[in-house]
Design a protein around this ligand. Sequence first.
Ligand code: CA
Length: 181
Amino acid sequence: CCRGGEYEKILNDDFDNSLFNEPFIVFEIDSIKEHKLLFPITTLIIMGVFIQKMRYKKNKKILIIEDEPRVRAALAAALSGFGHQVTQAATALAGLEVVVRERPEVIVLDLGLPDLDGVDLLRMLRPVSDAVVIVATARVAEDDIVRTLDAGADDYVCKPFSPAQLDARIRASMRRLGPNR
Ligand code: CA
């Protein structure tokens, strides 16, 4: 990136030169300033950080579909605490209505819902929503996990799980799916 003259080779008299076969190579900050490199480099770094922040905006519009009131309330409180905008639904059909009306970016979906199985709801959701769907359930059988992912879930957490893990999985899915998700 630089001409040879921008690196100044000097012998450093403060050191015992017999210890070193080569002279010290000193990178001179002044030479960068002089050649006006510092400003464009700094600008590029700031723009890079800004673009990353824009691409992966931390706070998401999240819908929790969960029939167990205590679990739903705890999840909502935790995810709100992480800065997300949270909506809740206690049944599959209520959830579907919120999806169509509010277009959440992320859906946290329980499978054992009173009116519909979560996997059936997932199949209904997919044609109308490209939200990240994280299934949060007590079902741990491999068949259930495979069926859920095949139906369009982006990830799967087994209860009990910590809100921090759920939030990390949301971030991971958003990263995988790219800047427009
Ligand atoms: Ca349930």
